[in-house]
Design a protein. Structure first.
Length: 95
């Protein structure tokens, strides 16, 4: 893309930049083929509140395990879910 417009754009503030990109196409200013992927590993993933029904015995056992590890039971449940999901995905990819 040798027909790129001035790629050294400067804006006074975020509002001005937002207004500019609302009017113009970024492909006129940025060669996206040369773009590099960015890892934002320090960002906290967004969470969504859900409601889940568990048998009382399962909930009590979960609370007991969480108490032994000195963590909230909701956090332990998230850990267990993530571990199981990752395991399932690994097994799926290995098959």
């Amino acid at each position: 893309m040798s027909n790129l417009k001035n790629s050294k754009l400067k804006f006074k503030n975020e509002a001005q930049e937002r207004e500019f990109w609302g009017k113009y196409d970024s492909t006129d200013y940025i060669d996206w083929k040369k773009a590099k992927k960015v890892c934002l590993s320090n960002l906290k993933p967004s969470s969504k509140t859900i409601s889940i029904r568990l048998p009382e015995t399962v909930l009590e056992e979960l609370k007991m395990l969480a108490n032994k590890r000195d963590v909230p039971y909701q956090s332990l449940l998230k850990i267990f879910l993530v571990e199981k999901i990752e395991e399932e995905l690994r097994n799926k990819n290995a098959a």
